[in-house]
Write a protein that binds this ligand. Structure first.
Ligand SMILES: C[S@@+](CC[C@H](N)C(=O)[O-])C[C@H]1O[C@@H](n2cnc3c(N)ncnc32)[C@H](O)[C@@H]1O
Length: 296
């Protein structure tokens, strides 16, 4: 388990590595950490993800209106899966040009696999793939899609800890941001433990989001309180019962330090100004995302 210097993670003051203009995220992140400490409340994002998996699995993966169940068409479905194919081609291109020209993993993991958008193309690159997702409904849909795409070398589990073997490749895309940061840091730690020597992990996370003043003030409260979430959803989504999708930025320096502590000293960092395979509103929030390619 990853620990901050000088005590447990929850005892440590978070830091924001970058500053673009007035940085209110620092104080809102501080407030979130403080609320975690005082209340000891466990993350309920897992519960919210099952609600999303049950009601809007495709929109949950990439929050575009055309992926809502009422709007989805054969063309938008095709576009959805093509984006997974494009993503996998891109990351394997980066790996073969910069890290390992002959990279051919026997066993890979897609952590937070959703409906299988990335698992399906990954199954052509790896001998076997394990899709991990906390939402049973997402896994049901992913299994259905594997059958539709004639993919037979994929297994699914609902948590990383259930995988006993070491693996050659781990991918995670638009997942960590939806998990409380202290838990996410433990997951990254576990990724490194699970990799075989020379294995590669591709870890994506947002490291800075420019949010409106109102969202910065409300976010720590809404992230922690069920009642506040209902009120927020009633205003933003026009539906108090809509599932809430938490979004958290990670501290890239903290992640690099974790990797150094685990004796990983060669990391390739790619940055995107927004999440190009995911949310429609990423432009609005001006999310700055990083993808780390880590070789053990
Ligand atoms: C935005 S979707 C991305 C899906 C997939 N990575 C893709 O890009 O196609 C996030 C997924 O992460 C899953 N997830 C959230 N928290 C998780 C956790 N703690 N463990 C495993 N999966 C999780 C959600 O259920 C959801 O399917």
């Amino acid at each position: 388990m990853w620990r901050f210097q000088g005590g447990s993670r929850s005892d440590s003051a978070p830091s924001t590595a970058f500053s673009h203009g007035p940085d209110l995220s620092q104080s809102s992140e501080d407030l979130t950490e403080l609320t975690n400490r005082v209340s000891g409340v466990l993350a309920d994002s897992d519960v919210e993800w099952e609600r999303i998996g049950k009601s809007e699995p495709y929109w949950g993966v990439a929050t575009k209106e055309r992926y809502k169940m009422k709007n989805i068409t054969p063309t938008s479905r095709q576009e959805f899966f093509a984006s997974g194919e494009q993503y996998v081609n891109e990351i394997f291109g980066v790996i073969s040009s910069n890290i390992d020209g002959g990279f051919s993993p026997s066993l890979g993991i897609d952590f937070g696999c959703g409906v299988g958008r990335i698992v399906i193309p990954l199954s052509k690159r790896c001998g076997r793939v394990i899709g991990v997702d906390v939402s049973p409904s997402m896994i049901v849909e992913a299994k259905r899609n594997c059958v539709l795409f004639n993919v037979t070398n994929v297994d699914f589990v609902n948590e990383l800890a259930k995988i006993e073997q070491k693996v050659d490749f781990i991918n995670t895309y638009t997942v960590l941001q939806h998990i409380r940061k202290d838990i996410g840091m433990d997951i990254i730690d576990e990724f490194i433990e699970k990799l075989n020597p020379s294995g590669i992990a591709c870890i994506q996370f947002p490291y800075f989001s420019r949010r409106s003043m109102m969202k910065r003030i409300l976010k720590p409260i809404v992230d922690r309180s069920g009642l506040a979430r209902k009120m927020y959803n009633a205003i933003i989504m026009k539906d108090a019962k809509a599932p809430y999708m938490m979004s958290t930025d990670y501290d890239i320096t903290e992640i690099l330090r974790l990797l150094s502590e685990k004796n990983i000293n060669k990391v390739l960092v790619l940055t995107d100004k927004y999440d190009k395979y995911g949310a429609e509103d990423a432009h609005t929030y001006r999310t700055y995302s990083a993808r780390l390619f880590v070789q053990k």
